[in-house]
Ligand binder design. Structure first.
Ligand code: GLU
Length: 450
């Protein structure tokens, strides 16, 4: 390992010892950069790595709201503007009770390199709140979002920082957030948020984009292996917006998702989630209850296994963890390796512990693709939404879908080339890390020392 890289990892561990997810993300990325830093002494000279692991800005704020019974609640809000070297900060908002410094920081760090990989001019950011949206009424969600935006509006803008959705933040929340921004600012800067509704500047295909992009990336991996998506069976963890997009695009291309899961257990649907009725039910189920997927089994008469994860099953061709961070630990990774399944395509942000990821990447029979490349189509289409907003136009669904597909082909190719350039072979993890890093590094060096 390059000694400067090692030094920076050690410093991050020491200075952020109470932020395990952030340490994990930094270690995962920086480890890949060792051969790059060996060949580029100018990075150490400009102390680029220490600069890159420190957010440009990160702040918290108080969010107070009143529930339907008139009780007052106080939550914490976050925004981390991690790196703005290649464009305005860009990244979602996550509303979930477990949100904390470490989670926001790791997500914003990952976002920086993912956004760079899209090839579009967007910097990295992330935000959120420890607010728990489950069981809240529409009016409560609205009051919370209004209060949240009142605290945040002066620090964002179409050329400054452009938030979007993440877990717990969908079209409804973005609508309330945008309404409050417009109300306070007295203008129509709809480029300040992405993931908007179609009637006020949203982009076609944005809801599907992360899942569609993941399948397009998978198609490139399969093409590299002289294989095709047709007839493939996929096991996806999660049943949120991203999993839904995967199910939909897989069905369009003649593949099928036969396993998916929720916090309560997993579903095995031999026929696949391929009909419109099933796909719509996934959306409905998610909206009504993000914690339980059991009702799908009752409705469509298939198997539900309570309290278990499906890692280790062998009647799929592809695994796609699309739920949340650290979903797959070393024990699950061992089961995955034993199952004989050949493709492990990460989708959620950092779904695999570093130990499990290294283990899987070292299995010669498995191809591993990293989330920061695979899920980049979501934020990529957000950048296309920003373009449409500044052009005051709306592109057709075919246009957006086609640009998304080309973006994913490009991300795969760029990653492959970056890894090759450093003699690493077909290594999609290192390739994504190196390619994402290089563009940000170049921009930072060009802009002087700060
Ligand atoms: N939250 C999504 C992500 O993890 C989307 C961010 C965006 O569209 O800005 O990339």
């Amino acid at each position: 390992m390059n000694s400067y890289v090692q030094q920076v990892i050690n410093d991050v561990k020491e200075k952020n010892s109470n932020e395990p997810e952030f340490i994990q993300a930094v270690e995962e990325l920086l480890t890949s950069l060792s051969p790059v830093v060996d060949q580029h002494p100018e990075y150490e000279k400009a102390d680029l790595l220490h600069r890159m692991v420190e957010p440009e800005r990160m702040f918290t704020f108080r969010v107070v709201w009143t529930d339907d019974e008139g009780r007052v609640h106080t939550n914490k809000g976050w925004r981390c503007q991690f790196n703005g070297a290649i464009g305005p900060y860009k990244g979602g908002l996550r509303f979930q009770p477990n949100v904390c410094d470490s989670i926001i920081k790791f997500l914003a760090f990952e976002q920086t390199f993912k956004n760079s990989l899209t090839g579009l001019p967007i910097g990295g950011g992330k935000g959120g709140s420890d607010f728990d949206p489950s069981g809240k009424s529409d009016a409560e969600i609205m009051r919370f979002c209004q209060s949240y935006m009142t605290a945040l509006y002066r620090f964002i803008g179409p050329d400054v920082d452009v938030p979007a959705g993440d877990m717990g933040v969908g079209a409804r929340e973005i609508g309330y957030l945008f309404g409050q921004y417009r109300r306070i600012k007295q203008n129509f800067e709809n480029g300040v948020l992405t993931g908007k509704g179609l009637s006020y500047g949203g982009s076609l295909i944005r809801p599907e984009a992360t899942g569609y992009g993941a399948i397009y990336y998978l198609c490139e991996v399969l093409r590299h292996e002289h294989d095709t998506i047709k007839g493939k069976r996929i096991g996806v963890s999660g049943y949120g917006n991203v999993a839904w997009g995967i199910m939909k695009k897989a069905a369009q291309l003649g593949a099928k998702v036969t396993y998916f899961s929720g916090p309560d257990g997993y579903i095995h649907d031999e026929d696949g989630v391929i009909t419109e009725e099933k796909l719509n039910y996934i959306l409905e189920m998610r909206q009504n209850d993000p914690m339980h997927c059991r009702s799908y089994a009752e409705k469509f008469n298939c198997e539900f296994v309570e309290g278990e994860k499906f890692w280790g099953i062998s009647d799929v061709d592809i695994y796609m963890p699309a739920a949340t961070q650290n979903d797959v630990d070393i024990n699950s990774a061992r089961k995955i390796a034993q199952s004989g399944v050949r493709y492990y395509i990460e989708v959620a942000n950092m779904p695999t512990t570093n130990e499990a990821l290294n283990f899987l990447a070292n299995q010669s029979h498995i191809i591993v693709a990293p989330s920061k490349a695979v899920n980049a189509g979501g934020v990529g289409v957000s950048a296309l939404e920003m373009s449409q907003n500044s052009e005051r136009l709306q592109w057709t669904k075919e246009d957006v879908d086609d640009q998304l597909r080309r973006m994913m082909v490009n991300i795969h190719e760029t990653s492959v080339n970056a890894a090759r350039q450093y003699g690493l072979g077909y290594n999609l993890i290192a390739g994504a890390n190196i390619a994402g890093f290089m563009k940000v590094a170049d921009a930072m060096l060009a802009q002087g020392i700060f």
